[in-house]
Design a protein around this ligand. Sequence first.
Ligand SMILES: NC(=O)C1=CN([C@@H]2O[C@H](COP(=O)(O)OP(=O)(O)OC[C@H]3O[C@@H](n4cnc5c(N)ncnc54)[C@H](OP(=O)(O)O)[C@@H]3O)[C@@H](O)[C@H]2O)C=CC1
Ligand SMILES: O=C1O[C@H](COP(=O)(O)O)[C@@H](O)[C@H](O)[C@H]1O
Length: 502
Amino acid sequence: MQHHKRPPASILFIFGGSGDLNYRKLTPALYNLFLDEWMPDRFAIVGIGRTEYSSENYRAHLQEGIEKFSRRKAEENGHYKEFFEHVNYLQLDAGDIASYQRITEYVQQKETEWGVHPNVIFYLAVAPQLVPSIAQELGTLNLCKDKSATRIVIEKPFGHDLESAHELNALLTGLFAEEQIFRIDHYLGKETVQNILALRFANALFEPVWNRHYIDHIQITAAESVGLEGRGGYYEHSGALRDMVQNHILQLLCMVAMEAPVSFDANEIRNKKVDVLNAIRPIRREDVHESAVRGQYGAGWMKGKQVTGYREEKGVTPQSNTDTYAAVKFFIDNWRWQGVPFYVRTGKLMHQKSTHVTIQFKEAPTFAFPSEAAESWRSNRLTISIQPEMDIRIRFQAKRPGQTMTLDPVNMTFNYEGSDDHTPEAYETLLLDVMEGDATLFMRADQVESAWKVIMPILETWETRIPQDFPNYVPDSWGPEDADALIARDGHSWINLPPEKK
Ligand SMILES: NC(=O)C1=CN([C@@H]2O[C@H](COP(=O)(O)OP(=O)(O)OC[C@H]3O[C@@H](n4cnc5c(N)ncnc54)[C@H](OP(=O)(O)O)[C@@H]3O)[C@@H](O)[C@H]2O)C=CC1
Ligand SMILES: O=C1O[C@H](COP(=O)(O)O)[C@@H](O)[C@H](O)[C@H]1O
Protein backbone atom coordinates (compact mmCIF):
# COMPACT_ATOMS: atom_id res chain seq x y z
CA MET A 1 0.00 0.00 0.00
CA GLN A 2 1.42 3.36 -0.99
CA HIS A 3 1.26 5.84 1.88
CA HIS A 4 3.21 8.81 0.59
CA LYS A 5 3.78 10.87 -2.51
CA ARG A 6 6.47 9.40 -4.70
CA PRO A 7 8.95 11.41 -6.75
CA PRO A 8 8.15 12.03 -10.41
CA ALA A 9 9.20 9.63 -13.19
CA SER A 10 13.00 9.44 -13.17
CA ILE A 11 15.93 7.94 -15.03
CA LEU A 12 19.14 7.55 -13.04
CA PHE A 13 22.34 7.16 -15.03
CA ILE A 14 25.12 5.95 -12.74
CA PHE A 15 28.58 6.59 -14.19
CA GLY A 16 30.60 4.05 -12.23
CA GLY A 17 27.76 1.52 -12.45
CA SER A 18 30.35 -1.27 -12.35
CA GLY A 19 32.21 0.26 -9.40
CA ASP A 20 32.44 -0.29 -5.67
CA LEU A 21 30.26 2.61 -4.50
CA ASN A 22 27.35 1.50 -6.64
CA TYR A 23 27.78 -2.11 -5.55
CA ARG A 24 28.02 -1.40 -1.81
CA LYS A 25 25.92 1.71 -1.30
CA LEU A 26 23.88 3.07 -4.22
CA THR A 27 22.09 -0.04 -5.46
CA PRO A 28 21.29 -1.33 -1.93
CA ALA A 29 19.91 2.14 -1.15
CA LEU A 30 17.78 2.24 -4.31
CA TYR A 31 16.53 -1.25 -3.58
CA ASN A 32 15.46 -0.26 -0.06
CA LEU A 33 13.69 2.80 -1.44
CA PHE A 34 11.91 0.45 -3.83
CA LEU A 35 10.83 -1.88 -1.01
CA ASP A 36 9.63 1.10 1.02
CA GLU A 37 7.63 2.30 -2.02
CA TRP A 38 9.61 5.50 -2.37
CA MET A 39 10.76 4.89 -5.94
CA PRO A 40 8.74 6.69 -8.63
CA ASP A 41 5.95 4.76 -10.34
CA ARG A 42 8.04 5.01 -13.49
CA PHE A 43 11.79 4.72 -13.07
CA ALA A 44 14.87 3.32 -14.76
CA ILE A 45 18.39 2.85 -13.40
CA VAL A 46 21.18 2.62 -15.93
CA GLY A 47 24.67 1.65 -14.79
CA ILE A 48 27.46 2.91 -17.01
CA GLY A 49 31.00 1.53 -17.30
CA ARG A 50 33.50 0.04 -19.71
CA THR A 51 33.37 -3.47 -18.26
CA GLU A 52 31.43 -5.92 -20.38
CA TYR A 53 28.23 -7.20 -18.75
CA SER A 54 25.10 -8.77 -20.13
CA SER A 55 21.97 -7.36 -18.45
CA GLU A 56 21.65 -10.68 -16.67
CA ASN A 57 25.21 -10.69 -15.31
CA TYR A 58 24.99 -7.07 -14.30
CA ARG A 59 21.81 -7.64 -12.33
CA ALA A 60 23.26 -10.76 -10.68
CA HIS A 61 26.36 -8.76 -9.68
CA LEU A 62 24.26 -6.02 -8.10
CA GLN A 63 21.97 -8.50 -6.39
CA GLU A 64 25.05 -9.92 -4.68
CA GLY A 65 25.88 -6.38 -3.48
CA ILE A 66 22.38 -6.02 -2.04
CA GLU A 67 22.62 -9.36 -0.29
CA LYS A 68 25.91 -8.33 1.32
CA PHE A 69 25.23 -4.71 2.13
CA SER A 70 21.49 -4.04 2.37
CA ARG A 71 20.35 -2.90 5.82
CA ARG A 72 17.49 -5.39 5.53
CA LYS A 73 17.96 -8.94 6.62
CA ALA A 74 18.15 -11.59 3.89
CA GLU A 75 14.64 -12.89 4.55
CA GLU A 76 13.17 -9.43 3.95
CA ASN A 77 14.83 -9.19 0.53
CA GLY A 78 12.57 -10.90 -1.91
CA HIS A 79 11.50 -8.54 -4.65
CA TYR A 80 14.58 -8.71 -6.81
CA LYS A 81 12.73 -9.63 -9.97
CA GLU A 82 10.42 -6.58 -9.88
CA PHE A 83 13.27 -4.27 -8.93
CA PHE A 84 15.76 -5.48 -11.52
CA GLU A 85 13.23 -5.07 -14.33
CA HIS A 86 14.08 -1.38 -13.93
CA VAL A 87 17.87 -1.86 -14.01
CA ASN A 88 20.04 -1.90 -17.13
CA TYR A 89 23.67 -1.54 -18.08
CA LEU A 90 25.18 0.65 -20.78
CA GLN A 91 28.70 -0.29 -21.75
CA LEU A 92 30.24 3.04 -22.56
CA ASP A 93 33.67 4.66 -22.34
CA ALA A 94 33.21 8.09 -20.85
CA GLY A 95 36.10 9.30 -23.01
CA ASP A 96 34.23 8.44 -26.21
CA ILE A 97 32.30 11.62 -27.02
CA ALA A 98 30.11 10.02 -29.70
CA SER A 99 28.74 7.48 -27.21
CA TYR A 100 26.85 10.13 -25.20
CA GLN A 101 24.29 10.10 -27.99
CA ARG A 102 23.17 6.73 -26.61
CA ILE A 103 22.13 8.44 -23.39
CA THR A 104 19.90 10.88 -25.27
CA GLU A 105 18.42 8.02 -27.27
CA TYR A 106 17.68 6.06 -24.10
CA VAL A 107 15.86 9.05 -22.58
CA GLN A 108 13.83 9.60 -25.77
CA GLN A 109 12.86 5.94 -25.82
CA LYS A 110 11.64 6.06 -22.19
CA GLU A 111 9.80 9.30 -22.82
CA THR A 112 7.86 7.65 -25.64
CA GLU A 113 7.24 4.49 -23.63
CA TRP A 114 6.07 6.35 -20.50
CA GLY A 115 4.29 9.24 -22.20
CA VAL A 116 5.91 11.71 -19.76
CA HIS A 117 9.10 13.75 -19.74
CA PRO A 118 11.12 12.13 -16.92
CA ASN A 119 13.63 13.67 -14.56
CA VAL A 120 17.11 12.70 -15.69
CA ILE A 121 19.77 12.27 -13.02
CA PHE A 122 23.45 11.75 -13.74
CA TYR A 123 25.27 10.29 -10.75
CA LEU A 124 29.05 10.57 -11.15
CA ALA A 125 30.41 7.69 -9.03
CA VAL A 126 33.78 7.76 -10.74
CA ALA A 127 37.31 8.81 -9.84
CA PRO A 128 37.57 12.61 -9.42
CA GLN A 129 39.87 12.94 -12.45
CA LEU A 130 37.01 11.81 -14.71
CA VAL A 131 34.42 14.22 -13.32
CA PRO A 132 35.35 17.34 -15.34
CA SER A 133 35.35 15.59 -18.73
CA ILE A 134 32.09 13.72 -18.08
CA ALA A 135 30.40 16.88 -16.78
CA GLN A 136 31.66 18.75 -19.84
CA GLU A 137 30.10 16.22 -22.23
CA LEU A 138 26.84 16.02 -20.30
CA GLY A 139 26.61 19.79 -20.17
CA THR A 140 26.48 19.95 -23.96
CA LEU A 141 23.56 17.49 -24.22
CA ASN A 142 20.28 19.16 -25.03
CA LEU A 143 18.47 17.38 -22.22
CA CYS A 144 20.70 19.12 -19.64
CA LYS A 145 19.28 22.48 -20.70
CA ASP A 146 16.10 21.57 -18.82
CA LYS A 147 17.04 23.05 -15.45
CA SER A 148 14.06 21.68 -13.57
CA ALA A 149 14.32 18.07 -14.81
CA THR A 150 18.03 17.31 -15.22
CA ARG A 151 20.43 16.96 -12.29
CA ILE A 152 24.04 16.02 -11.77
CA VAL A 153 25.30 14.38 -8.58
CA ILE A 154 28.96 14.75 -7.65
CA GLU A 155 30.60 12.39 -5.18
CA LYS A 156 33.36 13.31 -2.82
CA PRO A 157 36.16 14.26 -2.90
CA PHE A 158 35.06 17.64 -4.25
CA GLY A 159 38.47 18.95 -5.26
CA HIS A 160 41.85 18.30 -3.70
CA ASP A 161 42.32 21.77 -2.25
CA LEU A 162 40.70 25.20 -2.41
CA GLU A 163 42.01 25.97 -5.88
CA SER A 164 40.88 22.72 -7.49
CA ALA A 165 37.48 22.89 -5.75
CA HIS A 166 37.07 26.43 -7.08
CA GLU A 167 37.97 25.30 -10.60
CA LEU A 168 35.52 22.41 -10.43
CA ASN A 169 32.78 24.73 -9.19
CA ALA A 170 33.52 27.14 -12.01
CA LEU A 171 33.30 24.35 -14.56
CA LEU A 172 30.05 22.91 -13.14
CA THR A 173 28.30 26.22 -12.65
CA GLY A 174 29.28 27.19 -16.21
CA LEU A 175 27.47 24.10 -17.50
CA PHE A 176 24.61 23.66 -15.02
CA ALA A 177 22.46 25.90 -12.83
CA GLU A 178 23.31 25.62 -9.12
CA GLU A 179 19.93 23.95 -8.45
CA GLN A 180 20.91 21.15 -10.85
CA ILE A 181 24.14 20.35 -8.96
CA PHE A 182 24.00 17.95 -5.99
CA ARG A 183 27.34 17.71 -4.15
CA ILE A 184 27.16 14.73 -1.84
CA ASP A 185 28.31 14.65 1.76
CA HIS A 186 26.80 11.38 2.93
CA TYR A 187 26.98 12.37 6.62
CA LEU A 188 24.19 14.86 5.97
CA GLY A 189 21.91 12.00 4.99
CA LYS A 190 22.38 10.18 8.30
CA GLU A 191 19.25 10.20 10.47
CA THR A 192 21.21 11.06 13.59
CA VAL A 193 22.89 14.01 11.89
CA GLN A 194 19.59 15.43 10.67
CA ASN A 195 18.28 15.01 14.18
CA ILE A 196 20.76 17.63 15.42
CA LEU A 197 18.55 20.21 13.72
CA ALA A 198 15.40 18.73 15.27
CA LEU A 199 16.99 18.68 18.73
CA ARG A 200 18.14 22.27 18.48
CA PHE A 201 15.32 23.94 16.60
CA ALA A 202 12.19 21.96 17.42
CA ASN A 203 12.69 22.36 21.18
CA ALA A 204 12.73 25.44 23.35
CA LEU A 205 14.69 23.60 26.03
CA PHE A 206 18.23 23.74 24.70
CA GLU A 207 18.48 27.03 22.84
CA PRO A 208 18.78 29.29 25.95
CA VAL A 209 21.92 27.42 27.08
CA TRP A 210 23.38 26.81 23.61
CA ASN A 211 26.07 29.47 23.75
CA ARG A 212 29.31 30.65 25.30
CA HIS A 213 27.64 31.59 28.58
CA TYR A 214 26.81 27.96 29.41
CA ILE A 215 28.99 25.81 27.19
CA ASP A 216 32.58 25.16 28.17
CA HIS A 217 33.70 23.37 25.02
CA ILE A 218 32.49 21.06 22.29
CA GLN A 219 34.07 17.85 21.02
CA ILE A 220 33.40 16.10 17.73
CA THR A 221 34.81 12.61 17.27
CA ALA A 222 34.62 10.47 14.14
CA ALA A 223 36.68 7.44 15.07
CA GLU A 224 36.82 4.51 12.68
CA SER A 225 37.95 1.02 13.62
CA VAL A 226 38.50 0.14 9.95
CA GLY A 227 41.64 0.90 7.96
CA LEU A 228 41.88 1.64 4.25
CA GLU A 229 39.57 -1.13 3.04
CA GLY A 230 41.43 -1.44 -0.25
CA ARG A 231 41.29 2.30 -1.02
CA GLY A 232 45.02 2.96 -0.50
CA GLY A 233 45.43 4.52 -3.95
CA TYR A 234 42.82 7.16 -3.15
CA TYR A 235 43.71 7.65 0.52
CA GLU A 236 47.41 8.17 -0.07
CA HIS A 237 46.56 11.42 -1.92
CA SER A 238 43.96 12.42 0.60
CA GLY A 239 44.64 11.78 4.29
CA ALA A 240 42.34 12.16 7.27
CA LEU A 241 42.10 15.96 7.17
CA ARG A 242 40.90 16.00 3.55
CA ASP A 243 38.93 12.76 3.76
CA MET A 244 36.91 13.48 6.91
CA VAL A 245 37.52 16.94 8.41
CA GLN A 246 37.07 19.12 5.32
CA ASN A 247 33.64 17.65 4.72
CA HIS A 248 31.89 15.44 7.29
CA ILE A 249 33.32 16.91 10.49
CA LEU A 250 32.99 20.53 9.43
CA GLN A 251 29.40 19.83 8.41
CA LEU A 252 28.69 18.38 11.85
CA LEU A 253 30.30 21.43 13.40
CA CYS A 254 28.07 23.68 11.29
CA MET A 255 24.93 21.89 12.44
CA VAL A 256 25.92 22.22 16.07
CA ALA A 257 26.99 25.86 15.78
CA MET A 258 24.61 27.43 13.23
CA GLU A 259 22.01 30.05 14.06
CA ALA A 260 18.33 29.10 13.88
CA PRO A 261 17.03 29.03 10.32
CA VAL A 262 13.80 30.91 9.63
CA SER A 263 12.61 28.10 7.34
CA PHE A 264 13.76 24.74 6.06
CA ASP A 265 14.36 26.12 2.61
CA ALA A 266 17.58 24.65 1.17
CA ASN A 267 19.27 28.00 0.74
CA GLU A 268 18.27 29.25 4.17
CA ILE A 269 19.89 26.22 5.85
CA ARG A 270 22.96 26.48 3.65
CA ASN A 271 23.29 30.22 4.34
CA LYS A 272 23.26 29.61 8.06
CA LYS A 273 25.89 26.88 7.75
CA VAL A 274 28.17 28.90 5.54
CA ASP A 275 28.02 31.73 8.11
CA VAL A 276 29.60 29.33 10.62
CA LEU A 277 32.38 28.31 8.23
CA ASN A 278 33.13 31.93 7.47
CA ALA A 279 33.31 32.73 11.18
CA ILE A 280 35.86 30.01 11.99
CA ARG A 281 39.01 31.76 13.12
CA PRO A 282 41.73 31.27 10.49
CA ILE A 283 44.63 29.26 11.91
CA ARG A 284 47.90 31.05 11.20
CA ARG A 285 50.57 28.84 9.70
CA GLU A 286 52.89 29.55 12.60
CA ASP A 287 50.18 28.37 15.02
CA VAL A 288 49.30 25.13 13.24
CA HIS A 289 51.45 23.03 15.58
CA GLU A 290 49.43 24.36 18.54
CA SER A 291 46.01 23.89 16.98
CA ALA A 292 46.37 20.70 14.94
CA VAL A 293 47.88 17.26 15.37
CA ARG A 294 48.37 14.60 12.72
CA GLY A 295 49.01 10.92 13.10
CA GLN A 296 49.73 7.81 11.13
CA TYR A 297 49.25 4.26 12.34
CA GLY A 298 52.05 1.74 12.44
CA ALA A 299 51.85 -2.03 12.49
CA GLY A 300 50.17 -3.72 15.42
CA TRP A 301 47.14 -5.63 16.59
CA MET A 302 43.47 -4.85 16.17
CA LYS A 303 41.06 -6.88 18.27
CA GLY A 304 43.46 -9.82 18.33
CA LYS A 305 44.31 -9.67 14.61
CA GLN A 306 47.67 -8.56 13.29
CA VAL A 307 47.49 -5.51 11.03
CA THR A 308 50.13 -3.95 8.81
CA GLY A 309 51.27 -0.39 9.27
CA TYR A 310 49.93 2.33 6.94
CA ARG A 311 53.23 2.54 5.05
CA GLU A 312 53.00 -1.15 4.15
CA GLU A 313 49.43 -0.91 2.81
CA LYS A 314 48.72 -1.52 -0.90
CA GLY A 315 48.87 1.71 -2.91
CA VAL A 316 50.88 3.55 -0.23
CA THR A 317 54.52 4.66 -0.59
CA PRO A 318 56.92 3.25 2.04
CA GLN A 319 57.94 6.75 3.26
CA SER A 320 54.41 8.14 3.14
CA ASN A 321 53.62 11.15 5.33
CA THR A 322 49.87 10.89 4.79
CA ASP A 323 47.82 11.47 7.92
CA THR A 324 45.49 8.67 8.99
CA TYR A 325 44.54 10.67 12.09
CA ALA A 326 43.83 14.38 12.53
CA ALA A 327 42.79 16.47 15.52
CA VAL A 328 42.13 20.21 15.35
CA LYS A 329 41.06 22.91 17.77
CA PHE A 330 38.82 25.54 16.18
CA PHE A 331 37.29 28.76 17.45
CA ILE A 332 34.25 30.44 15.97
CA ASP A 333 34.48 34.19 16.11
CA ASN A 334 30.88 35.24 16.55
CA TRP A 335 28.71 36.38 19.46
CA ARG A 336 27.37 32.95 20.26
CA TRP A 337 30.66 31.07 20.33
CA GLN A 338 33.39 33.54 21.21
CA GLY A 339 36.01 31.77 23.35
CA VAL A 340 34.43 28.28 23.15
CA PRO A 341 36.89 25.72 21.76
CA PHE A 342 35.62 23.11 19.30
CA TYR A 343 37.92 20.07 19.42
CA VAL A 344 37.52 17.69 16.51
CA ARG A 345 39.31 14.42 15.76
CA THR A 346 39.13 11.54 13.35
CA GLY A 347 41.29 8.51 12.69
CA LYS A 348 41.53 5.09 11.10
CA LEU A 349 42.14 1.88 13.07
CA MET A 350 41.05 3.48 16.30
CA HIS A 351 40.07 1.49 19.35
CA GLN A 352 36.35 1.79 18.72
CA LYS A 353 34.08 2.94 15.90
CA SER A 354 32.31 5.93 17.33
CA THR A 355 31.03 9.16 15.87
CA HIS A 356 29.65 11.54 18.44
CA VAL A 357 29.30 15.19 19.40
CA THR A 358 29.74 16.16 23.03
CA ILE A 359 28.56 19.46 24.44
CA GLN A 360 30.35 20.00 27.73
CA PHE A 361 28.53 22.55 29.86
CA LYS A 362 30.21 24.83 32.38
CA GLU A 363 30.27 24.12 36.07
CA ALA A 364 27.36 25.17 38.26
CA PRO A 365 28.09 28.74 39.44
CA THR A 366 28.29 27.66 43.05
CA PHE A 367 28.35 24.27 44.75
CA ALA A 368 26.27 24.17 47.92
CA PHE A 369 26.89 20.49 48.59
CA PRO A 370 29.68 19.24 50.84
CA SER A 371 32.91 19.05 48.90
CA GLU A 372 33.07 15.27 49.34
CA ALA A 373 29.65 14.91 47.68
CA ALA A 374 31.01 14.78 44.14
CA GLU A 375 34.31 14.17 42.43
CA SER A 376 33.66 16.74 39.77
CA TRP A 377 31.20 19.52 39.16
CA ARG A 378 31.62 19.17 35.45
CA SER A 379 28.75 16.83 35.17
CA ASN A 380 26.46 18.46 32.67
CA ARG A 381 27.09 17.04 29.30
CA LEU A 382 24.94 16.39 26.27
CA THR A 383 26.16 13.72 23.86
CA ILE A 384 24.73 13.18 20.42
CA SER A 385 25.81 9.74 19.20
CA ILE A 386 25.75 9.55 15.46
CA GLN A 387 26.94 5.94 15.01
CA PRO A 388 27.06 3.06 15.71
CA GLU A 389 25.12 3.98 18.84
CA MET A 390 22.22 6.18 17.80
CA ASP A 391 21.14 8.08 20.84
CA ILE A 392 21.19 11.36 22.73
CA ARG A 393 22.41 11.32 26.32
CA ILE A 394 22.11 14.04 28.90
CA ARG A 395 24.41 13.63 31.86
CA PHE A 396 23.61 15.32 35.14
CA GLN A 397 24.25 14.87 38.86
CA ALA A 398 21.84 12.81 40.94
CA LYS A 399 21.80 11.83 44.56
CA ARG A 400 22.92 8.29 45.28
CA PRO A 401 20.18 6.59 47.35
CA GLY A 402 21.26 6.37 50.99
CA GLN A 403 21.77 8.43 54.13
CA THR A 404 24.72 10.48 52.89
CA MET A 405 24.65 13.28 50.38
CA THR A 406 26.69 11.64 47.67
CA LEU A 407 26.27 12.67 44.06
CA ASP A 408 26.87 10.59 40.98
CA PRO A 409 26.66 11.51 37.33
CA VAL A 410 23.77 9.70 35.61
CA ASN A 411 22.58 9.58 32.01
CA MET A 412 19.14 10.23 30.65
CA THR A 413 19.10 8.62 27.23
CA PHE A 414 16.92 8.92 24.17
CA ASN A 415 17.28 5.88 21.92
CA TYR A 416 16.03 5.77 18.38
CA GLU A 417 13.11 3.40 18.31
CA GLY A 418 13.39 0.27 16.24
CA SER A 419 16.45 -1.55 15.14
CA ASP A 420 19.11 -0.37 12.73
CA ASP A 421 17.61 -2.20 9.77
CA HIS A 422 14.52 0.03 9.92
CA THR A 423 16.52 3.21 9.82
CA PRO A 424 17.12 4.47 6.27
CA GLU A 425 20.75 4.56 5.21
CA ALA A 426 22.19 7.97 4.35
CA TYR A 427 22.29 7.18 0.65
CA GLU A 428 18.57 6.33 0.65
CA THR A 429 17.70 9.75 2.00
CA LEU A 430 20.06 11.51 -0.37
CA LEU A 431 18.99 9.62 -3.50
CA LEU A 432 15.35 10.29 -2.68
CA ASP A 433 16.12 13.98 -2.21
CA VAL A 434 17.86 14.09 -5.60
CA MET A 435 14.80 12.54 -7.27
CA GLU A 436 12.61 15.09 -5.49
CA GLY A 437 14.96 17.96 -6.33
CA ASP A 438 15.51 18.91 -2.69
CA ALA A 439 19.06 20.20 -2.18
CA THR A 440 18.86 20.97 1.55
CA LEU A 441 21.20 18.12 2.51
CA PHE A 442 23.71 18.85 -0.25
CA MET A 443 26.66 21.18 -0.36
CA ARG A 444 26.42 24.48 -2.19
CA ALA A 445 29.46 25.75 -4.11
CA ASP A 446 30.37 28.39 -1.51
CA GLN A 447 30.03 25.91 1.37
CA VAL A 448 32.57 23.56 -0.16
CA GLU A 449 35.01 26.36 -0.81
CA SER A 450 34.58 27.89 2.66
CA ALA A 451 35.33 24.48 4.18
CA TRP A 452 38.49 24.17 2.10
CA LYS A 453 39.53 27.68 3.22
CA VAL A 454 39.28 26.56 6.85
CA ILE A 455 41.70 23.67 6.45
CA MET A 456 44.11 25.08 3.86
CA PRO A 457 46.62 26.56 6.36
CA ILE A 458 46.88 23.19 8.09
CA LEU A 459 47.22 21.28 4.83
CA GLU A 460 49.86 23.64 3.49
CA THR A 461 51.85 23.53 6.69
CA TRP A 462 51.71 19.76 6.91
CA GLU A 463 52.74 19.43 3.29
CA THR A 464 55.86 21.49 3.81
CA ARG A 465 56.92 20.09 7.21
CA ILE A 466 58.02 16.46 7.33
CA PRO A 467 56.65 14.71 10.41
CA GLN A 468 59.54 13.45 12.52
CA ASP A 469 57.65 10.80 14.39
CA PHE A 470 55.55 8.83 11.86
CA PRO A 471 54.14 6.27 12.53
CA ASN A 472 53.06 7.73 15.84
CA TYR A 473 50.13 5.61 16.99
CA VAL A 474 49.33 1.94 17.15
CA PRO A 475 46.15 0.31 15.88
CA ASP A 476 43.42 -0.22 18.48
CA SER A 477 44.40 2.97 20.33
CA TRP A 478 42.90 6.46 20.54
CA GLY A 479 45.55 8.07 18.33
CA PRO A 480 48.82 9.86 18.99
CA GLU A 481 49.83 11.22 22.38
CA ASP A 482 50.17 14.70 20.92
CA ALA A 483 46.41 14.74 20.40
CA ASP A 484 45.90 14.15 24.11
CA ALA A 485 48.32 16.98 24.79
CA LEU A 486 46.42 19.30 22.41
CA ILE A 487 43.30 19.13 24.55
CA ALA A 488 45.08 18.64 27.90
CA ARG A 489 46.77 22.05 27.49
CA ASP A 490 43.30 23.56 28.02
CA GLY A 491 42.58 21.35 31.02
CA HIS A 492 40.33 18.90 29.16
CA SER A 493 40.53 15.34 27.88
CA TRP A 494 38.94 13.54 24.96
CA ILE A 495 35.65 11.91 25.79
CA ASN A 496 35.51 8.34 24.53
CA LEU A 497 31.96 7.20 24.53
CA PRO A 498 31.17 3.95 26.31
CA PRO A 499 28.34 2.06 24.60
CA GLU A 500 25.01 2.72 26.28
CA LYS A 501 23.94 -0.24 28.42
CA LYS A 502 20.86 -1.78 26.82
N1 LIG B 1 33.61 3.22 -2.57
C1 LIG B 1 33.22 3.95 -1.56
O1 LIG B 1 32.91 3.45 -0.48
C2 LIG B 1 33.17 5.43 -1.69
C3 LIG B 1 33.47 6.06 -2.87
N2 LIG B 1 33.35 7.41 -2.98
C4 LIG B 1 33.67 8.08 -4.25
O2 LIG B 1 32.92 7.54 -5.32
C5 LIG B 1 33.68 7.56 -6.50
C6 LIG B 1 33.76 6.14 -7.07
O3 LIG B 1 34.43 5.32 -6.14
P1 LIG B 1 34.47 3.73 -6.26
O4 LIG B 1 33.17 3.20 -6.71
O5 LIG B 1 35.04 3.25 -5.00
O6 LIG B 1 35.54 3.52 -7.42
P2 LIG B 1 35.78 2.22 -8.34
O7 LIG B 1 37.20 2.30 -8.78
O8 LIG B 1 35.28 1.00 -7.69
O9 LIG B 1 34.84 2.49 -9.60
C7 LIG B 1 35.16 3.40 -10.61
C8 LIG B 1 34.10 3.32 -11.68
O10 LIG B 1 34.45 4.23 -12.72
C9 LIG B 1 34.23 3.57 -13.95
N3 LIG B 1 35.10 4.12 -14.99
C10 LIG B 1 36.43 4.35 -14.93
N4 LIG B 1 36.86 4.85 -16.11
C11 LIG B 1 35.77 4.93 -16.91
C12 LIG B 1 35.57 5.37 -18.24
N5 LIG B 1 36.56 5.83 -19.00
N6 LIG B 1 34.32 5.32 -18.76
C13 LIG B 1 33.29 4.85 -18.01
N7 LIG B 1 33.42 4.43 -16.75
C14 LIG B 1 34.64 4.46 -16.21
C15 LIG B 1 34.62 2.13 -13.65
O11 LIG B 1 34.02 1.30 -14.58
P3 LIG B 1 34.84 0.38 -15.63
O12 LIG B 1 36.10 -0.04 -14.99
O13 LIG B 1 33.86 -0.72 -15.88
O14 LIG B 1 35.03 1.26 -16.79
C16 LIG B 1 33.97 1.94 -12.30
O15 LIG B 1 32.61 1.64 -12.45
C17 LIG B 1 35.03 8.16 -6.13
O16 LIG B 1 34.99 9.54 -6.37
C18 LIG B 1 35.13 7.89 -4.65
O17 LIG B 1 35.96 8.81 -3.99
C19 LIG B 1 32.91 8.17 -1.95
C20 LIG B 1 32.59 7.62 -0.74
C21 LIG B 1 32.71 6.21 -0.49
O1 LIG C 1 33.65 9.57 3.19
C1 LIG C 1 34.20 8.71 3.85
O2 LIG C 1 33.53 8.20 4.90
C2 LIG C 1 33.89 6.94 5.42
C3 LIG C 1 33.23 6.85 6.78
O3 LIG C 1 31.84 6.87 6.59
P1 LIG C 1 30.88 6.23 7.68
O4 LIG C 1 29.52 6.51 7.17
O5 LIG C 1 31.23 4.77 7.77
O6 LIG C 1 31.21 6.94 8.95
C4 LIG C 1 35.38 6.76 5.54
O7 LIG C 1 35.68 5.44 5.91
C5 LIG C 1 36.02 7.05 4.20
O8 LIG C 1 37.43 6.99 4.33
C6 LIG C 1 35.62 8.42 3.71
O9 LIG C 1 36.06 8.59 2.37
